[in-house]
Design a protein around this ligand. Structure first.
Ligand code: ADP
Ligand code: MG
Length: 499
C-alpha cells in the first residue's frame, strides 16, 4: 500500500499480540486483493482483460469498487476509480515514475480511456464490464481505508477495547481514552498545524507533498483531476474525519480534487463527516478552511504564517514559517524564526544520487550498542530508536542517511548525514536552522570537510575540521552530528564492538 501499516492494541500483552498478528494478516490479504502491482491480482487481471467480456472478480473487490463508484457519482467524477490510465500517465501508477509533464495530446488521449461511467458492475453475477476497451481501474484512493477498517474489525473481534490502525496518512482510533493526533504542516514536515482529539473515528489526509515531482518550479502531485487529466493545483492538503477509514480516504481524495468550495460543499453534505482544507495561492501563501463540524474534534489550532516568496531571494532559503511545537501549541517568540534550507527529499537525492528509491529502516539500539555509539560520538545520549534512510539502486544499497537534531547555540539544528555503504561520509546538509546565523553552517565549503571521513577519523574542531568564524557552536554541532551518525551506523550496520 505504499506506506507502513501500524497497529496498536491495549490490554494483556499475549492477547494483544495475537490480535495484532491477525489484524496484520487481514491487511495483507486486502493488499493482495486490491493491488494493481501484481499481474495475477484481481484488478490487474481486469486492467489487462478484453473488456468486451465480463471479468469475474472477488465479491469484496466488487463491493469496494461499487462504493468507489458511488463516491465518483457524488463528486461528479472528481474521485474516479476508473482513472487508472491517467494516474499511470503522470507516473504515479504501476508503470513507474516519469517525473515530467506528458504532452497535451497524450493527456487528451488518455482522458478518453478513463471514467467511471464506462463501468458496469454486476454484483449479482459477480462481474464487471467496461464499454471502454483500454480503461484501467486504480483503487489507490480508497483501498487503504478499506484495509484499515478490516484490520480494525479484526481487533474488535478479538475484544480489544482500545486500538489504532494506520497506514500512511489514513488512520482509525477507537476506545477510551481518546486518541490525540496532530496534522502535519503541508509545507514543513517537522511542524504540526493542528491537534485533534477523537475516538471511534477515522482521519485521512490527502496532500500534494508526499508523492509529487517538480518540473520547472511547478509541483505535480499524484492526485489527478480526472475531469481535466491534469494534477490538481491550488490545494496543499485535505484532512477528513469520518466514521469509517474508507469514507475518510475516498472523501479526502475527492475534496482535494474538487478544491475549496466544492470540496467543502461535498464534505458538509455527508453525515458524520468533518473536513479541514488547505489551499495555496499563486504566491505560495496558504489558506485554511474548516467545515462546521471540524471544531468539535480540534483541541488546538494555530494558523502558521507561511510566506515563502518574501524569503526566497535571500541566500538559498526555501521556506520560512513559524515553528509550532507539538501538543498544546503556543509558539514562543524565541523559537519562532526557523530557516528551512532544503527538504529531506532534495538532500537525499543530492547525497545519494545513484539511489532509485529510499526506504526508512527503524532501528532500536540495545544497551551495548547504545554505549558503543555514545563512545564513538564522544558524548552521551539517551535516544535509542533511529530511522535510517536506506537508498537502493535495484537491490543494491547505494547509501544510508540519518536525520539528526543537534543543539547548536540554543536551538537544535536539523542535519541530514549521508553515509556510503562502506562507512564514509557522503554528504552533510542542514535541513533546518533555528538561529540567526544560518548561512555559514550550511555552506558546502564547510560541510565538504566531512566528506569521505569515517568513524575512525577523530573530527576534532580546529584540527581535523576547520571551524567557521562566528558560529563555533554550530561547527561543533555539525561535527557531533557526523560523529554520532557514524557511530550509530557502525553499531547498526557494521556490528561495531567496544574498542
Ligand atoms: P494516499 O494514498 O497517498 O494517502 P490518497 O488516498 O489521496 O492518497 O490516494 C491517492 C491515490 O489515488 C493516487 O496515488 C492514485 O493512485 C489514486 N488517485 C489519484 N487521483 C485520483 C482521483 N482523482 N480519484 C481516485 N483516485 C485517484
Ligand atoms: Mg484517499
Amino acid at each position: 500500500m505504499g506506506a507502513p501499516f501500524e497497529i496498536i492494541a491495549t490490554g494483556e500483552a499475549d492477547h494483544c499480540s495475537e490480535a495484532i498478528e491477525a489484524a496484520f494478516q487481514e491487511a495483507a490479504r486486502i493488499e493482495g486483493l486490491f493491488t494493481i502491482y501484481q499481474p495475477e491480482a484481481a484488478l490487474a487481471r481486469f486492467n489487462r482483460a478484453d473488456k468486451k467480456d465480463p471479468t469475474f472478480l472477488e465479491r469484496e473487490v466488487l463491493e469496494v469498487l461499487a462504493e468507489a463508484v458511488r463516491y465518483a457519482g457524488k463528486s461528479g467524477g472528481a474521485f474516479d476509480p476508473a482513472a487508472g490510465r491517467l494516474v499511470d500517465l503522470w507516473g504515479f501508477g504501476p508503470g513507474g515514475e516519469v517525473k515530467r509533464q506528458p504532452s497535451k495530446l497524450s493527456v487528451a488521449r488518455t482522458l478518453q480511456s478513463s471514467g467511471y461511467t464506462y463501468l458496469n458492475i454486476d454484483l449479482e453475477s459477480g462481474c464487471v464490464r467496461s464499454s471502454c476497451e483500454s480503461l484501467h481501474l486504480n483503487l489507490g484512493g480508497i483501498a487503504k481505508g478499506y484495509a484499515i477498517d478490516r484490520a480494525v474489525s479484526v481487533l474488535k473481534k478479538y475484544s480489544i477495547q482500545r486500538g489504532w490502525v494506520s497506514c500512511g496518512s489514513t488512520l482509525y482510533g477507537f476506545g477510551k481514552p481518546h486518541w490525540r493526533v496532530a496534522i502535519q504542516h503541508p509545507r514543513d514536515e517537522t511542524a504540526e498545524i493542528e491537534t485533534l482529539n477523537f475516538s471511534d473515528y477515522a482521519l485521512a489526509t490527502s496532500g500534494d507533498y508526499e508523492r509529487c515531482f517538480v518540473e520547472q518550479g511547478r509541483r505535480y502531485s499524484h492526485l489527478i483531476d480526472p475531469r481535466t487529466g491534469y494534477p490538481v493545483s491550488g490545494m496543499a492538503s485535505v484532512s477528513v474525519i469520518a466514521k469509517t477509514a474508507m469514507a475518510a480516504d475516498a472523501l479526502s481524495t475527492a475534496a482535494f480534487v474538487l478544491g475549496v468550495d466544492h470540496g467543502q460543499g461535498l464534505l458538509e453534505t455527508e453525515p458524520g463527516v468533518a473536513g479541514f482544507l488547505i489551499s495555496e495561492d499563486k504566491k505560495g501563501a496558504l489558506q485554511f478552511h474548516r467545515t462546521a463540524g471540524w471544531s468539535s474534534f480540534s483541541v488546538s489550532c494555530a494558523q502558521p504564517v507561511l510566506s515563502r516568496r518574501r524569503f526566497l531571494k535571500t541566500a538559498g532559503m526555501i521556506a520560512v514559517g513559524l515553528m509550532l511545537p507539538g501538543g498544546l501549541m503556543r509558539p514562543e517568540r524565541s523559537e519562532a524564526a526557523k530557516i528551512r534550507f532544503t527538504t529531506e527529499k532534495e538532500a537525499l537525492a543530492r547525497m545519494i544520487p545513484e539511489a532509485g528509491h529510499f526506504e526508512i529502516e527503524s532501528v532500536h539500539l540495545n544497551d551495548d550498542q547504545l554505549s558503543i555509539a555514545q563512545q564513538m560520538a564522544g558524548k552521551g545520549f539517551r535516544k535509542r530508536t533511529y530511522d535510517f534512510w536506506v537508498g537502493r539502486k535495484g537491490e543494491k544499497v547505494a547509501g544510508y542517511a540519518l536525520k539528526l537534531n543537534v543543539v547548536g547555540k540554543k536551538q537544535p539544528i536539523t542535519f541530514l548525514i549521508g553515509i556510503a555503504p562502506e562507512g564514509t561520509v557522503k554528504g552533510v546538509e542542514v535541513l533546518i536552522y533555528r538561529e540567526s546565523k544560518g548561512s555559514e553552517v550550511r555552506y558546502q565549503r564547510f560541510m565538504k570537510q566531512f566528506h569521505q571521513k569515517t568513524a575512525e577519523d577523530p573530527l576534532r574542531l580546529g584540527r581535523d575540521i576547520r571551524p567557521i568564524s562566528g558560529a563555533t557552536l554550530s561547527s561543533r554541532a555539525a561535527a557531533y552530528a557526523v560523529r554520532k551518525s557514524l557511530g550509530l551506523f557502525e553499531v547498526v550496520y557494521k556490528g561495531a564492538e567496544p574498542s
